[in-house]
Design a protein around this ligand. Structure first.
Ligand code: FES
Length: 123
């Protein structure tokens, strides 16, 4: 059902765990299944300097979070904000159609973390 890239990111997820004092945090639940992803970002000079995630979810959600965090490292906040689930799924070599909804939460949580950072930095 899953290709080898998805399985690799599921079995050896990159950038997992907590981050101490992140600059932005985004937690998003998947309305279709109740699974949750939390993304924590460190921002330097308007770029994603570091990122961590914690996902309570299926293999596709974990692999998508892992790939998405790899993809946004070093990007500007605007670039990271534009990351779509389709690009994440593409980088994973594709996801089964019925698991595409699982790739939403990673990019949604990244956007939520960026919005959290922007809100905090306006204060
Ligand atoms: Fe919930 Fe995949 S089944 S994120």
């Amino acid at each position: 059902m899953y290709n080898s890239t998805v399985l690799d990111h599921f079995e050896n997820p990159r950038n997992t765990g907590e981050m101490s004092q992140p600059d932005g945090v985004g937690s998003v639940g998947n309305p279709e299944c109740g699974d949750v992803t939390k993304i924590m970002i460190r921002v330097e000079h308007e770029r994603i300097a570091d990122v961590r995630f914690k996902t309570f979810g299926c293999a596709a959600a974990i692999a998508s979070s892992s790939m998405a965090t790899e993809m946004i490292k070093g990007l500007t906040l605007d670039e990271a904000y534009e990351l779509t689930r389709d690009r994440v799924a593409e980088s994973l070599g594709g996801l089964p159609e019925k698991k595409m909804h699982c790739s939403n939460i990673a990019s949604d949580a990244i956007r939520a973390a960026i919005e959290d950072y922007r809100q905090k930095s306006e204060k």
